[in-house]
Write a protein that binds this ligand. Sequence first.
Ligand SMILES: [Zn+2]
Length: 304
Amino acid sequence: MIGAIDIGGTKIAAGMVDAEGHVRASMSCPTHPDSGLEDAIQRMADMLWKTSVMTGETFSGIGIGCTGPVYPQLGTIGKVEFMPGWEGANLVQLLSTRMGASVAIENDADAAALGEWTWGSGKGIPNFILVTIGTGIGAGLVLNGELYRGTGSAHPEIGHHIIDPSGPECFCGAHGCWESLASGPALEKWAQKQHPRPQPLSARELCSLADQGDAQALTAVRHTARYFAIGLANLVTLFIPECIALGGGLMQAYPLFKDQIQSTIHESCGLVPHDKVRVVPAALGADSGLVGAACVWLKRFALS
Ligand SMILES: [Zn+2]
């Protein structure tokens, strides 16, 4: 059994994952970054102990997937706007001291990619990309059988590569980056701008209406799908992986996006063997955060 922690902006999930990548017990709590890091560590420890008791088994070590920039070799986290006071904290050291177990950390998108590559749709292939689309767009790259990190172990921010420099301004400082054009909130904003409503429709509602044939919702989803597909086509041209898996809340409506993705890749990636790139829904679904976190520990301590 492996202890797993998935730290996001709104909630922290923790649980026990077995050696085949199945979540055996899990719990979650609000992140509450304002309560301070010490309080958060205590809650993580409590959830690990409780879920361990639920399975009746002890755990060999703990893996963490954490939003924002992390420094996997040092164990520290970088600057995350909505988690003030956490910057520079060594989560690995703090948790390892508290729990008396080995701990490993990665960025959450990288962790999810590792999990999906090990136990999901990327199993057994050398070049694999997981793209997660929901409130943002995250991606993790496995190249030649290794998680790809940039200089200083930095996580590449693929969700912020620029699609249209005349597009909307993003919190990252750029205009028209992928996330600002193709995420759930981007879909919601565009639909609201075209047809203002007193109560704006959520991305989930828009997808559901589009699925029922509503013309306005279909136009909005197609507009967003076009931008999403352009970003995917860029990944195909740049990396030509064997497989790109698509996860996250918005991909529950994958059939609404599928045709646009296929036609855009076909039209835009003429210089590379794009027909050899499989684009598929991710296999791990809602468990991908915890499964990925467990995989982070497994790769660092058990398989290396
Ligand atoms: Zn951005």
